[in-house]
Design a protein. Structure first.
Length: 338
């Protein structure tokens, strides 16, 4: 249930509602928007709404039951878009933000060189996998902590915040020592122990859609993180498995405007994993901006042919810079900037 306070409701009126909710043994989530305060009651049921009579309390405008199974992630919970600030980079605002970098961190020199190149090309955030969820146990599994150290050095050298994947609960502390954003990969979209544990951290979580996951499952994943206390979640469309085998995945462009309707969380598009083919990435990136993506994730490698993972879908630094340039007017045409 959500309690919407009247515009200009006083602090003591807000506290009155919060105390009442806590007396009923429920958890509160307070969201102070510019116009009004919304109080989320976590785990409320209909019986309680009647019993508590929140609507007659001072300062309350109305109460609402959220019909979707995801509550905190739902658009009903916040009509305003959530904007996440990562070391000064805003995700979810008017400007479409860009994450770029290699699939995997391959060496110190490689990630620092790539970081400079993507920064030059217009990236806001640097990506790079140190713990890699590979389909084969015989493929390169990532450099682990060494890779995290190199990423941190690349941040130091360029000022770009970093994002990297965390695959299990026991890696959270280690990855959290280095990263600015935790990435949860498609294969872990329904790893609820991981999501709950990330909900107890204070860094933003970038949650990818499952390889065969529905939009509802994606938002329920976000709800797991949020209901454990961390409201800074970004959801990402990265392509889904369909009967089509001509491309690695099928990028679901429908998901972008639909997610913008269903949730207040920032929505990212990952055309590299969505297609698996670098030649398709520019067109799908443009489609994603036109369809309302708040954030883009692009794989960029200094020499894609030699990449240790996902070379076929990685742009080289020149094609990345060219693409970012082309996105500017497109973003403007849909009321955004880049
Ligand atoms: C990645 O971002 O390199 C990655 C492994 O992505 P996904 O989880 O979408 O497959
Ligand atoms: Mn990859």
């Amino acid at each position: 249930m959500i309690v919407v306070m009247k515009q200009g409701a006083s602090q003591s009126q807000i506290e009155g509602v919060v105390n009442r909710i806590e007396e009923l043994g429920k958890k509160v989530h307070l969201s102070r928007g510019e116009a009004r305060t919304i109080i989320g009651v976590i785990g409320a049921d209909e019986h309680m709404v009647n019993e508590a009579n929140f609507e007659v309390m001072d300062g309350v405008e109305r109460t609402m039951r959220v019909m979707q199974p995801y509550k905190l992630a739902s658009r009903d919970f916040s009509h305003e878009d959530t904007v996440i600030d990562v070391n000064g980079v805003k995700i979810g605002g008017k400007k479409v933000a860009v994450i770029a970098g290699p699939c995997s961190v391959e060496s110190r020199e490689m990630i620092i060189e790539t970081a400079h190149m993507v920064k030059e090309g217009g990236a806001d955030i640097l990506r790079g996998g140190a713990f890699k969820p590979r389909s084969s146990p015989y493929s390169f599994q990532g450099l682990g902590e060494e890779g995290l150290k190199y990423l941190a050095e690349a941040r130091e050298a360029t000022g770009l915040p970093i994002i990297t994947e965390v695959m299990s609960v026991d890696e959270i502390d280690l990855v959290g020592e280095y990263t600015d954003i935790f990435q949860v990969g498609a294969r872990n979209n329904q790893n609820y122990s991981l999501l709950k544990a990330l909900g107890k951290t204070t860094k933003p979580v970038f949650l990818k859609r499952g390889t065969s996951g529905t939009i509802q499952e994606l938002l329920m994943g976000a709800e797991y993180i949020m209901s454990n206390g961390n409201m800074q979640v970004i959801v990402c469309e990265r392509g889904i498995r369909t009967y089509e085998t001509a491309t690695r995945n099928t990028f679901d462009v429908n998901a972008l405007p639909l997610l913008k309707e269903l949730t207040h969380l920032p929505v990212c598009a990952d055309p590299a994993h969505g297609t698996g083919m670098a030649n398709l990435v520019p067109a799908i990136t443009k489609a994603a901006v036109a369809a309302g993506a708040d954030l883009l994730m692009l794989e960029v490698h200094p020499d894609p042919k030699r990449a240790w993972s996902d070379g076929a879908q990685s742009l080289n630094p020149d094609s990345f810079a060219k693409l970012v340039n082309e996105l500017g007017p497109l973003a403007q045409a849909v009321g955004r900037s880049l």
